[in-house]
Design a protein around this ligand. Structure first.
Ligand code: FAD
Ligand code: NDP
Length: 426
């Protein structure tokens, strides 16, 4: 049993949806393209799962957040794929890939061959088992990577109103889910090993702004320790967690957000890997010229840093996907991928954006006791990163544009004095 396509996108997440739209813009013919996805639904905007999807009032539900609404583009429903002659092979896991033969074998036993393959397999949530803690498949322990996880989280959350949640991890999932739990009237404790939340991006000063707000909403931060074990009922439901520091936290619900691992295993030994991802060049092409990789699974040259990086953010997924399609369909006119890293989050009524990299000295500006503030990072005499909370569209555009230019900074105190005025004037 087998089918052949010119173009195959492996994975049906954010990058797949944006790649599909780009294929239609570049003139793909009916029957030439297919998307194979383990998930049972058409590509959707994954960020919605930790935000709108968890709201107690008028929560976001599919089909409202299919790609590509997150970039204010068309919403690609299953009907759209049908109308554009794109085959959606859903609920189907690819279990092996043969790069030499240009074939994929699905768990259902079908062989799918391609002329060009785009790998968009994203990543999987890390489990506590990988840190020596067992029991994370219990009915009230939740992860958050896909729609099934989010649906389970909503169910457990609704059964826990007024109760206690323990959030393991102080990164993106930890912060966004903790905010949603508070909004759902659940008491939250957050446990993480670092001295402050969002340890890889925030400075202590930025972290403390958000932590103070969370504390004012009743969130209990337990820092500098990790979980050592779950406490269960005889039926296998978790009732609490033991921490390495010897303390105990009761729990009706546990959310684990301790990072991800890119889904590279199908290609290990067949394609070159770097920094945990599939290595691609500035055309998003892997070590095999018929195979491209995009989104969370790809390690690509970030031109302004002069090195290969793997990014785990939606903007990179959208833009790398579009670029790979352009490189395949219009190889002679597609320039090198030149990407400025962009991360953002929305929690409670806060909204921040970050561009570039958080290297060197942080120079703060704005009102840290108010609603709008930010920071620049200056490294080796150049502005290399910018963070802004509570900005307007013009202000976010300005920090992005200026960060891309990496302007020389000779006087740090002048930069501090000018604050946001520095980017608005350029
Ligand atoms: P994914 O969207 O993860 O898609 C991968 C797809 O491949 C999945 O459908 C998966 O089932 C499928 N797949 C994997 N292996 C196989 C296989 N063997 N066979 C078939 N199918 C397979 N980023 C931001 O910048 N801002 C945010 O606010 C934000 N919020 C987020 C909230 C949540 C809850 C999560 C989980 C992530 C969030 N992100 C956010 C990160 C962002 O969603 C990811 O960077 C983005 O989804 C990556 O896109 P992708 O297509 O590479 O991978
Ligand atoms: P992150 O990498 O953001 O954060 C994981 C956090 O968990 C880190 O603070 C990490 O600490 C900590 N940690 C690691 N091991 C343990 C442990 N055993 N016990 C307690 N804490 C631990 O990953 P998330 O899981 O939060 O997010 C998963 C993915 O989803 C990421 O790719 C993220 O980009 C994406 N996402 C993005 C959002 C956004 O951009 N707004 C929103 C939601 C998700 P350490 O740093 O020391 O390892």
């Amino acid at each position: 049993m087998g089918r052949a396509f010119v173009y195959v996108i492996l994975g049906g997440g954010v990058a797949a949806g944006y790649a599909a739209l780009e294929f239609t813009k570049k003139g793909v013919s009916h029957g030439e393209l297919c998307i194979i996805s383990q998930e049972p639904v058409a590509p959707y905007e994954r960020p919605a799962l930790s935000k709108g999807f968890l709201l107690p009032e008028a929560p976001a539900r599919l089909p409202a957040f299919h790609t590509c609404v997150g970039a204010n583009e068309e919403r690609l429903t299953p009907k759209w794929y049908k109308e554009h002659g794109i085959e959606l092979i859903l609920g189907t896991r690819v279990k092996t890939a043969d790069i030499r033969r240009k074939t994929l074998l699905t768990a259902a036993g079908e062989t799918i061959s391609y002329r060009f393959l785009i790998i968009a397999t994203g990543a999987r949530a890390l489990k506590l088992e990988e840190f020596g803690v067992s029991g994370s498949d219990a009915e009230n322990v939740c992860h958050l990577r896909d729609l099934a996880d989010a649906t389970k989280l909503v169910d457990v959350m609704q059964a826990s109103t007024g109760g206690n949640a323990v959030v393991i991890g102080g990164g993106y999932i930890g912060m966004e889910v903790a905010a949603s739990l508070v909004i759902n009237k659940i008491n939250v404790s957050m446990v993480f090993p670092e001295p402050h939340c969002m340890g890889r991006l925030f400075t202590p000063k930025i972290a403390s702004y958000y932590e103070e707000f969370y504390k004012s909403k009743g969130v209990n931060f337990v820092k500098g320790t990790v979980m050592s074990s779950f406490v269960f009922t005889p039926e296998g439901k978790v009732t609490g967690v033991n921490l390495k520091d010897g303390s105990y936290l009761p729990a009706d619900l546990v959310v684990v957000g301790i990072g991800i691992r890119p889904n590279t295993s199908l290609f290990e030994g067949q394609l070159t890997l770097e920094k945990g991802g599939i290595k691609v060049n500035s055309r998003l092409q892997t070590s095999n010229s018929s195979v491209y990789a995009v989104g969370d699974v790809a390690s690509f040259p970030v031109k302004i840093f002069g090195e290969i990086r793997r990014l785990e953010h939606v903007d990179a997924a959208r833009k790398s996907a579009r670029h790979a399609v352009a490189a395949i369909m219009e190889p002679d006119t597609t320039p090198e991928f030149d990407y400025l890293p962009f991360f953002y989050s929305r929690i409670f009524s806060f909204s921040w954006q970050f561009y570039g990299e958080n290297l060197g000295e942080a120079i703060y500006f704005g009102d840290f006791s108010g609603t709008s503030f930010g920071a620049y990072w200056v490294h080796k005499g150049h502005l290399v990163g910018s963070f802004l909370e509570g900005g307007s569209k013009e202000e976010y555009d300005a920090i992005a544009n200026v960060t891309r230019l990496r302007p020389p900074i000779n006087d740090l105190s002048e930069l501090e004095r000018l604050g946001l005025g520095f980017v608005m004037a350029l």
